[in-house]
Design a protein around this ligand. Sequence first.
Ligand code: UD1
Ligand code: UDP
Length: 358
Amino acid sequence: MKIVTIVGARPQFIKAAAVSRIIRNKHNEILVHTGQHYDKNMSDIFFKEMHIPKPDFNLEVGSDSHARQTAAMLAGIEEILIDQNPDLLMVYGDTNSTLAGALAASKINIPIAHVEAGLRSFNMRMPEEQNRILTDRISSYLFCPTDTAVVNLRNEGITKGVYNVGDVMCDAVLFYKKELEKYSPDYFFSRLDVLFGQVEIPRKYYMATIHRAENTDDINKIREILKALEGLDEKVIFPVHPRTKPLVKSLYDENNYENILFAEPVGYLDMLYFTVNAIKVITDSGGIQKEAYILNTPCVTIRDQTEWVETLIGNHNILCKPDSQDIIHKVKNTKTDYSNKKNYYGNGDAASKISALL
Ligand code: UD1
Ligand code: UDP
């Protein structure tokens, strides 16, 4: 089968790393990078360090408003689809690159496989919720990561082509975790590219990431989050997403935080290392909530909802307001119950199941 796969944002490179390796044993895959993420440490580093095949096309759309960015992708993807005439288009997750790929294929009747189908936050204000609902509606193969996702689709009347294959990000964690043994802790700490400040590199730490529009659309929310991190009992390693960087910079200039190590975004292996070894993770990332769950690191998620509801069972993950008191309270006082922990995200064979089903 000839498949055109669309990627564009950081988590999609990680998903493609897990899937491309497997589906290329059976299928002919053409990889299209939309260029939604383009900084070296948001894009190239993953292709290099995770041995993802080089994209056959890069549309280099860059950053723009939702409409302009999605429109540029639509035009570029349509041209490639008409030229390549694949049997199938594959998209991952819920970004603007996902929706653009699905919409371009749907209009010219190319069947769509959506990996990570059926996830819902039930918050239509999120661009991700809009992207995933629209993509699911026009997909022929809906590869769900969990039973919850299958039920969400059923509740919307979507039952045809729906398969729970497990989570491809779980495949990636289990595959790349083994690589960590090759490196010493010094290797990961020495690679941290500190953004500003003079914080000593800690060996006992929390790890934080923040990038969601709902947290970055108001500097007061970031102020509260940083106030909480500054008030924690151990240092915090914070690889800063480019969306968050200008906000963090202006607050750092005002407050000279001393408990937070602000760093450039890190590579995937580094992220796994820091997640495994953190006391707890504080994040609003979808992928990191699951990685923390799989790697047994408790997580505090600064969001009102999560799509990964299984992580909440046993307090492996707990939701939290962007409020310094709430964050500190939940980081300090949440106790995790490991006694009933389950493999909700599969056994690391999601990509093989996808390849076989196709
Ligand atoms: C996007 C996804 C989000 C996903 C996230 C993963 C959408 C609507 N959102 O959000 O679901 O969780 O990726 O990280 O698709 N920027 C750079 N360099 C880069 C990339 C971005 O400087 O390489 C800056 C630009 O100022 C840009 C901003 O980050 O405007 C936001 O980037 P964008 O891709 O629009 O959204 P993300 O917040 O990354
Ligand atoms: N990640 C990374 N380096 C970082 C931050 C995140 O490699 O500095 C990885 C993380 O381990 C996870 C994925 O990127 O696999 C999550 O992406 P992100 O948080 O950008 O998006 P989301 O999952 O929220 O859509």
